[in-house]
Design a protein around this ligand. Structure first.
Ligand code: ADP
Ligand code: MG
Length: 576
């Protein structure tokens, strides 16, 4: 067997592999080099699925996406020094999003430390800020203990990141197999946290008296697999709901109770808000005026007690898993025969009027097929042609914001985007993880990766990873030649004609009409360049038939295309 090096010896790499297996880890994403090449082979020998990527940051994004999709942390494996440091952005992203992740990096041999060892770096210290747990197992015999703890801490309570540091000397150190607890315990998932019944009663009371109740469904509800419970609550009570970006699909976007297209009004006018697994941070405008009524009463449910009362004082603050709380709430509301009558209810009428107005604006834009196309027309064509149960990965400023309203999710955990940290560059890594998950658990499901041209640039080389692992990700690049608003060819030529290009090129500009689809030619394939709705439709139809490799659809849009004017200027209402 590969794990037996000598007589009855086992090395650190193989102990690590067996320990991860024992704790239920299934996927590893990484980049190998000294000193973790043997480690990656040991992982494969132990039956862990290893995906080699092109940048540690993207590997780290992939590992956290698989954590969100499966509820079990994925591992990101990196080399020492720069390898681990490239993971830091990914670790912060997972920690801020509350997603489980285990990062493991090799590090410089312990006897070279302090005298300038190869890629020597203070790796445990560097990771600590981005982690719930960071440690270096002190001996081969103690690796199983630290793996158990790392996996458990990443997964339970509010999920997050754990880091394990593996010096080259530890990875190669031999231990006698019968002295290593390879059969270390796996405690399994802990029981859900149940709500205090008096708090459920208070929530029932508040909702029954509300004139304008609203449910906000966050990605905590998605991570907590509360979809069945939340759907039933919404169906029974007919209370309008708003999903956060990654809360989309917990209750289908197509549900009549979804008031996403009247978001501003819903937040502004609601008198009682039931907050299910979402934080009142910038994404929800801190729960404060001018975006909310100063008198709004919040019923907050969170698995993290530290989050309760954050930014504003909640009227009812419930430390509970979402699923058991919502089940209890739904039962009690049913006993009271609580249900809104959308046809007669004035709150519902207000929201429906707003929804209608917004839908008219979007329809008018979407039906304007003038070339170069606007965002709305592009997304309408995309939505009409992709399989309805696809996992949608999305990033880029306008691309993500406008796309969110038009690309629908009717299943939970089917949207992965820049998230709470607003991180660009996550798309290809997330898409690779989602495609690996589809291969194993939902073979006919497709992954659609909708990228702004700037966002795609951060991790575009992961296209090679997709080819190597035969992952049929459909990459759609909405290309406006720039960051935020784009630049047209003439403007750029004029700017550059003034002379020193370095001085005059606007920082938000990218090269015009970049042929990203030609990256397909690096693999002997052809991509799609689209300027019209018909071309987009034809390209997606072709791409959907491809099952063993990625596709790139490069859509050149009007650089001046923008989003609908907003009532509140995004992020700039900062005087609280
Ligand atoms: P969103 O981006 O959708 O607003 P956030 O990431 O801000 O969501 O918030 C998710 C919240 O959900 C976090 O505060 C987290 O502690 C909480 N959470 C995660 N899982 C559960 C669960 N199973 N039950 C209750 N709350 C949860
Ligand atoms: Mg752009």
């Amino acid at each position: 067997s590969t794990k037996l090096n000598q007589a009855m010896g086992i090395d650190g790499s193989n102990i690590l592999a067996e320990s991860l297996k024992k704790q239920g880890v299934e996927y590893v994403f990484g980049i190998v080099g000294i000193p973790v090449i043997e480690t990656s082979l040991a992982f494969q020998a132990a039956g862990l699925k290893y995906v080699g990527m092109r940048n540690e940051q993207a590997a780290c994004y992939a590992a956290q996406a698989i954590g969100y999709l499966t509820g079990k942390p994925g591992v990101c494996l990196a080399v020492s020094g720069p390898g681990l440091l490239h993971c830091i952005g990914g670790m912060a992203n997972a920690q801020v999003n509350c997603w489980p992740l285990l990062v493991i990096a090799g590090s410089c041999p312990e006897d070279h430390e302090g005298i300038g060892g190869f890629q020597e770096w203070l790796q445990v210290e560097s990771s600590r800020m981005y982690c719930k747990y960071a440690a270096r197992p002190p001996s081969p015999r103690l690796i199983p203990l630290h793996v158990e703890k790392a996996v458990r801490l990443a997964s339970v309570g509010r999920p997050g990141v754990a880091y394990l540091d593996m010096p080259a000397t530890l990875l190669t150190a031999e231990a006698e197999e019968d002295k290593v607890p390879l059969d270390y315990y796996n405690a399994g998932p802990i029981k859900l946290a149940y709500p205090d019944p008096t708090l459920v009663d208070q929530a029932v009371d508040l909702l029954s008296k509300a004139e304008r109740p609203l449910i906000i469904v966050g990605k905590g509800a998605a991570y907590g697999r509360a979809e069945e419970a939340v759907r039933k609550l919404v169906e029974n009570t007919k209370i309008p709901f708003l999903p956060t970006p990654m809360g989309k699909g917990v209750v289908p976007d197509e549900s009549k109770q979804c008031v996403a297209s009247a978001r501003t009004q819903a937040l502004l006018k609601a008198d009682v808000i039931l907050l299910l697994g979402a934080r009142l941070n910038w994404m929800l405008h801190f729960g404060r005026p001018p975006r909310y009524s100063p008198d709004v009463k919040v019923i907050q449910v969170d698995i993290s007690p530290e989050e309760l009362h954050n930014s504003i004082k909640s009227e009812v603050a419930i430390y509970s898993d979402i699923k058991p709380f919502v089940e209890a709430l739904t039962r009690k509301l049913a006993e009271k025969k609580f249900t809104l009558q959308p046809a007669k209810n004035s709150w519902w009428q207000t929201l429906q009027e707003k929804q209608k107005k917004n839908a008219e604006f979007v329809e008018a834009q979407a039906n304007d097929k003038t070339v170069p196309l606007n965002y709305y027309a592009v997304f309408k064509a995309v939505q009409a042609n992709i399989p309805k149960d696809s996992i949608i990965v999305s990033e880029g400023a306008n691309t993500m914001d406008i796309g969110r309203g038009i690309l629908l999710n009717n299943q939970p955990r089917h949207r992965l985007d820049a998230g709470t940290f607003g991180t660009m560059g996550v798309g290809p890594g997330f898409a690779i993880a989602a495609a690996m998950w589809c291969r194993d658990y939902a073979p006919n499901k497709r992954v659609i990766c909708v990228e702004g041209d700037s966002a795609f640039g951060f991790s575009g080389m992961e296209i090679e990873t997709m080819f190597r692992y035969k992952l049929p990700v459909i990459i759609i690049i909405v290309n406006n030649n720039g960051i935020y608003s784009g630049f047209d060819k003439n403007t750029m030529q004029e700017i550059q004609s003034y002379g020193d290009v370095a001085q005059s090129t606007p920082p938000t500009a990218l090269s015009t009409e970049v042929r990203y689809e030609k990256m397909m030619e690096m693999f002997g394939e052809t991509g799609h360049l689209c300027r019209t709705v018909e071309e987009i439709e034809a390209a997606i139809k072709k791409a959907v038939k491809v099952v063993d490799k990625p596709s790139i659809i490069n859509i050149l849009i009007n650089p001046q295309s923008n989003r609908k004017p907003q009532t509140f200027n995004w992020l700039t209402e900062s005087k609280l």
